[in-house]
Design a protein around this ligand. Structure first.
Ligand SMILES: Cc1cc2nc3c(=O)[nH]c(=O)nc-3n(C[C@H](O)[C@H](O)[C@H](O)COP(=O)(O)O)c2cc1C
Length: 181
């Protein structure tokens, strides 16, 4: 099986993000089924058509190019008041301008959040991605409750639960061999 080149997108921009931590764990796969590069889109401007029309937007161009070239996208999604984050929505919106880079893109979604582990945000994100013609792999049911005891992810955003780490890597491996519909 050919090596898949995945881009990881965390819906949280903070340095010690548990969602970014989920992606980091998936980078440590013992198999050679995939590589995973975490996208830094922290300098992306808020979408505004005046900004778009002004041009010269290297952060937008770079993010769009990285996503367009990827064999698949792995999202790690926090939940804010029942939805995925505004940062993520902004990135997705930029990706639909001029040409829709999400069309036919294989996507996998996991989440880390409060009480429900971000499951509602995942549902919203799945609905949006499906609307814009991405292909979302059936939910691998990884919705990490970060306030559980002992914490599955520590305060630095490091996954401390080895079972969770295995589950995440297994999901990424399954994604690498997913026969997209
Ligand atoms: C404004 C705000 C709203 C939140 N709302 C929810 C929520 O509706 N459901 C939930 O499970 N967690 C909620 N949380 C908790 C976050 O999902 C949790 O802190 C998450 O781990 C943040 O992701 P990060 O660690 O990757 O930054 C909320 C946090 C913030 C800051």
């Amino acid at each position: 099986m050919a090596l898949k080149k995945f881009i990881g997108i965390s819906g949280s921009l903070r340095v010690k993000s548990s969602n970014t931590g989920l992606l980091r764990v998936m980078q440590d796969s013992p198999t050679s089924a995939y590589t995973l590069t975490i996208l830094d889109y922290s300098t992306l401007p808020l979408y505004d058509q005046d900004v778009e029309d002004g041009g010269n937007l290297p952060s937008v161009d770079q993010a769009r190019a990285a996503i367009a070239m990827a064999d698949g996208i792995i999202f790690a999604c926090p939940e804010y008041n029942g939805y995925f984050s505004a940062a993520l929505k902004n990135l997705i919106d930029w990706g639909t301008r001029k040409s829709n880079i999400w069309a036919n893109k294989p996507c996998l979604i996991v989440s880390a959040g409060g009480g429900g582990g971000g499951i509602r945000a995942c549902r919203q994100l799945t609905a949006l991605l499906t609307d814009i013609k991405a292909h979302v792999m059936p939910d691998p049911d990884i919705h990490v409750k970060i306030f559980s005891q002992p914490p599955p992810v520590d305060g630095t955003g490091t996954v401390t639960d080895s079972t969770l780490g295995d589950k995440l890597r297994n999901a990424a491996n399954a994604f690498a061999s997913w026969p997209m519909p």
